[in-house]
Design a protein around this ligand. Structure first.
Ligand code: ADP
Length: 313
């Protein structure tokens, strides 16, 4: 497969802050590559370094050229802080951006692609959050890019809007567009990306398919029992797997769903009450926590948390 993007040992400092510390990665034609990490991990700086919008050390090529010399209509870039003119309609905005290029896609076709055909005459300020973000994505699509770079495209969008955008991006990737997307939503990366790069403090700590990352670092499935427990609850469970108290919750590792009844029976026999049970397979959140000791909150904030993913590995 053709390599669209090659980055070697990319670094960036702001004074004493090391925003990027020797990041190397590649992306191939039609691949969706997600860069994941909490706020401050270096996602935006990496996107800017990869697209030549900030100075960085190391080497980056896009389609075999420097980001600053590559034909600009080959790249579609949606910066995190992109805020178009609010009084223009979605259609007017697209027409405006189309005017910046010699050769573009048909405005109506792009509006249709992003699901805005029916709201194209609504001013940007009167669109919903999801429709606004899709309008922004549309401005990055108008030049029919071969590489689409989206910095946190779904932040602040409701779940339905997020799913619409995922479908749009999947369709583009199927048509051969390479997509580089940053996000702090782990489930988004897991669902959308062919490969996920985990960033922590400016370092790329892992880069692989979501399934491979989970298989290597996610640990065992977990039964999480919510309630107020002490060590007696841990010893009450005679299950042939590790049971532990984590952040006040009881966690039973490596348990299959059909054995959950066995656990509740044992808790009942020991007279231990609980509030709720959750069974989960390991996911990218567990991987990130396992590799960094940090969880990523819903707003992208880093949270120092006792690892839950460890389990019997
Ligand atoms: P993310 O996109 O993952 O939230 P950023 O790339 O924005 O992370 O930031 C990475 C680090 O670089 C942070 O410590 C941030 O404070 C710092 N940083 C980013 N941009 C600047 C800047 N213009 N000046 C100084 N520090 C910056």
């Amino acid at each position: 497969m053709d390599e669209v993007l090659v980055a070697s040992d990319v670094g960036r400092r702001y004074g004493d802050t090391v925003a990027l510390d020797g990041v190397s990665l590649t992306a191939t034609t039609g691949e969706v590559l997600a860069l994941v990490g909490p706020n401050g991990a270096g996602k935006t700086t990496l996107v800017r370094a990869l697209t030549g919008t900030t100075d960085a050390t190391g080497e980056v090529t896009l389609f075999g050229q420097s980001p600053r010399t590559v034909a600009r209509d080959r790249i579609g870039l949606l910066p995190q802080s992109f805020a178009p003119h609010e009084r223009l309609t979605a259609r007017e905005l697209l027409e405006y951006y189309a005017g910046l290029y010699d050769d573009t896609r048909d405005v109506e076709a792009v509006l249709d692609d992003v699901g805005l055909a029916d709201t194209a005459s609504t001013t940007y300020e009167n669109l919903s959050g999801g429709q606004q973000r899709r309008t922004c994505v549309a401005t990055a699509l108008i030049n029919d890019p071969d590489l689409l770079v989206l910095d946190e495209p779904t932040t602040g969008i409701d779940p339905a809007g997020r799913r619409d955008l995922w479908r749009l991006l999947e369709g583009l990737a199927d048509r051969g567009v390479t997509i580089l997307v940053t996000t702090h939503y782990m489930e988004e990366a897991q669902r959308l990306a062919d490969r996920v790069g985990l960033l922590a403090d400016g370092t790329l700590i892992a880069l692989d398919s979501p399934d491979q990352l989970v298989a290597e670092h996610g640990g065992d499935s977990q039964l999480i029992v919510d309630g107020s427990f002490d060590e007696a609850a841990v010893s009450a469970i005679d299950y042939p797997a590790e049971t532990a108290l984590r952040n006040g919750r009881l966690v039973v590792y490596g348990i299959r769903p059909e054995s959950i009844g066995n656990i509740t029976e044992q808790l009942g026999q020991a007279g231990i009450e609980y509030d709720s049970l959750t069974w989960k397979q390991p996911d990218l959140e567990d991987v990130y926590l396992e590799l960094t000791g940090t969880a990523v909150g819903q707003r992208g904030e880093p949270q120092q948390t006792e690892p839950v993913a460890g389990g019997a590995q």
